[in-house]
Write a protein that binds this ligand. Structure first.
Ligand SMILES: [Zn+2]
Length: 285
């Protein structure tokens, strides 16, 4: 089943009088949504006890949960200690998502910093391969890491780079952030055919099975020369991308991704808009 939800708690969550993550599942259900992404962007800091309480609340309501690993993970780094720390942050994210009752941790693969992009990508793939050996040795095969397409041009994570990463192991899924792809290509996602090219490239690259259950981030994003500048809401009509052409293709290709809205403050509302658009096209068929 395709699933929709917000990434992080938004303005509507606070306005409804909610404060704690254990109240998120109730909020998700009230708003006709299915899933939630919890961000460890600034670090995995949560006790097992709290994580278990959150997990119980999500299980009781049948709401799905994924996590976003810390933003400072860099699998292309040259410093062995920092690379080890990146491994540990991603493992900690996978531990936490298990306590939450989920199985997906999204991560930003890395950045070349001051080094050559091709060399950085080689280092990244080698590091990721070592990470996955450890991943299977330590018994994480019931979980997924989702490698995200990135919005800034100087970050690793264009579509082809994500395909190379995803192909390293069975338990790596693509996290296609269409707002990021649109930002780093200066607004290339407009028509249904623009989206079709992305989906076909991805299916050719990693196979239909992984694309069917892929992870998706969607929001409109302002961009400039370097790509992504900031996340917007669905009220924006300058930068895009629009969800509707993608909704039609999700129906046509029978894909069942987890789709998270990363709008700036209106995630739950925009997630519902996407869900409604998807089912509008579904019912047309
Ligand atoms: Zn991200």
């Amino acid at each position: 089943m395709i699933k929709f939800g917000p990434s992080g708690t938004d303005e509507a969550f606070a306005a409804a009088g909610y404060t704690h993550t254990t109240e998120v599942p109730e909020f998700i259900c009230e708003n006709g949504l299915d899933i939630f992404e919890y961000s460890f962007g600034r670090g995995v800091r949560i006790s097992e006890e709290t994580a278990d309480k959150i997990g119980l609340a999500f299980r009781e309501k049948g709401v799905g949960i994924s996590v976003h690993a810390p933003y400072y993970i860099n699998f292309a780094g040259e410093d062995p200690e920092k690379l080890r720390a990146s491994f540990d942050h991603l493992f900690a994210s996978l531990d936490a998502v298990r306590h939450f009752g989920g199985d997906r941790a999204v991560f930003h693969p890395g950045s070349p910093l001051k080094s050559d992009r091709k060399d950085a990508m080689k280092r990244l793939l080698a590091a990721m391969e070592r990470f996955m050996v450890e991943f299977y040795d330590r018994g994480y095969e019931d979980r997924y890491v989702c490698a995200e397409t990135m919005g800034k041009i100087n970050q690793l994570g264009d579509l082809d780079e994500i395909i190379d990463i995803v192909n390293l192991a069975d338990n790596i899924l693509p996290c296609i952030d269409f707002g990021h792809l649109n930002a780093r290509t200066y607004g290339s996602l407009k028509s249904k055919d623009d989206y079709r090219k992305v989906l076909d490239t991805l299916i050719d690259g990693v196979g239909a099975e992984k694309v069917k259950k892929m992870h998706v981030h969607f929001s409109k994003i302002e961009y400039g020369k370097g790509g992504e500048i900031r996340h917007l809401t669905f009220a924006d009509d300058t930068y895009g991308p629009e969800f509707e052409p993608l909704a039609e293709l999700l129906v046509e290709y029978r894909l069942e991704p987890w789709i998270l809205s990363e709008s700036a403050g209106t995630q739950s509302i925009d997630a519902k808009t996407m869900k409604n658009l998807y089912f509008k096209h579904c019912n047309d068929k």
